[in-house]
Design a protein around this ligand. Sequence first.
Ligand code: ATP
Ligand code: MG
Length: 565
Amino acid sequence: MTDTTLRDDESPGNFIREIVEDDLREGRRARIVTRFPPEPNGYLHIGHAKAIWVNFSLAREFGGQCNLRFDDTNPVAEDEEFVHGIERDIRWLGYEWGETKYASDYFEQLYAWAVQLVKDGKAYVDEQGLEQIREGRGSFHRPGVESPYRDRSVEENLAQLERMRAGEIEEGGAVLRAKIDMQSKDLKLRDPLMYRILKAPHHRTGTRWCIYPMYDWAHGQSDAIEGITHSCCSLEFVNHHALYDWFLEAIGVPAPPQQYEFARLNLDYTVLSKRALLELVRGGHVEGWDDPRMPTLAGMRRRGYTPEAIKAFCERTGVSRRPGVVDVGLLEHEVRTDLNARSPRYMGVLDPIRLVIENYPEGHVDWFDCPLNPDDPSFGTRRVPLSHTLFIEREDFEKDPPKKWFRLAPGAEVRLRYAALVTCRDVVEDADGRVVELRCTWDPDSKGGRSPDGRKVKGTIHWVSAAHALDAEVRLFDRLFTTESPMADEATSFLEHLNPASREVKTACKLEPALGALGPGERVQLERLGYFVTDSADHAPGRPVFNRTITLKDTWSKIAAREPR
Ligand code: ATP
Ligand code: MG
């Protein structure tokens, strides 16, 4: 695979967009209709978001329409739960569609077309076993062998097809095949299957059907029924293209849809296969489809990613036919960029140690009006209390500081953000030598954090007043996998590459009181610590639970500066 690392000024383009533009300008189409066709057998991931964005944004840009159609042709793996999950995720991305459509709505029409193909001598019922059919198809190097059932009469075919539909033939006892060309170089054209018998109830059609259309027979015809003009799919469908066209020509629809294939989205350090994601969930390696470490849209939502960031990422990575792997750092960069613009700033301490200001009157409180976003006054302000006892971050103190240490150390002076200058006078340790408290003094003339006499105080740290602090649980996340391509090595399971430290739960965190008003799913920046969101399931006003969406440090500029590998 080639690397598709992008420079900041690079735009990868969108070749499908250009095709649509030409088709409209040159009058080949009066209007565009696209569709997103998920199989309801799992939750959507960021790769699906790419396909959703491709289809919905084209329709939106050119004043057309994009349908949501469930490709529900395999009754065994499908479930109503997934239908609702998928609808919710697409709405969350900000897209609308008309009535939800289902391939199963077209089963009757598909069957009628199949009968027509049989009558036209273009399809036949094959009663060889599936193994024999597979064997007879041959391979790239071995020509196919025609089935002994290939030339049975139209009447016989119709009778057998009806028996298939009526449930008179057992599973595996017969299939309907298109009669195309067993010598074709294109293996898909060697008399592909159209129907198989599956005596399984379907989540929508119940027990009405016991024959189900194959993907290739259902897909293009569903597109035609809906008047789809541009049927966009990922590159692995290239080898279905000729068959897609053959079926449409055989049924004879006017202005048939055209299929266009684009390279699917791959991300490093990430698995994007529903099968693998299902394994993570079923195996208990994550806490569910919406675990914040999952690359699912449900997981990203719970993690605090925004739909805007995800769509910006889709746009940024473009639409091309060149397969590649995108740096997950680019997605994180888009998330940071968006969160930076929208998140109010607060203070919180993840790993607290106590800081006592000895010369600050006990019981006294100074309230400061602090900006919710120093770069954007329209965010307004919140009130932050200063008092005698505070919490600061354990890592902002160093007993034996290295050179150029600007944070707190014995004898050193720092700025408490927005509040005051304090100097560390004494360090209290427990029996094990662990720091439990810092005894400090403040300069009462530095109220608001300004240096009263021009003396330089380089370090500024965050803090929270102990008496006013909210106790919170904060969940920190790292990448779920430790290797760039967890699925690359076929000999080892991707599960072996799971990062054992991908989730850390901190339970004794201290937050400034203004954060007490947040409901679930609200996003903030905790200064110096990153972007956070209140957990959509576990957060409650009296019991704050935050997920860290992402740290503040952007690795993307580093990545962007690197030469393409
Ligand atoms: P997976 O391969 O992850 O199991 P799928 O392709 O089987 O997913 P579908 O429900 O069939 O899942 O996908 C719906 C649409 O999403 C298809 O048109 C497919 O091409 C597209 N799609 C799936 N994964 C990606 C991806 N990584 N990048 C772009 N499009 C994708
Ligand atoms: Mg698929």
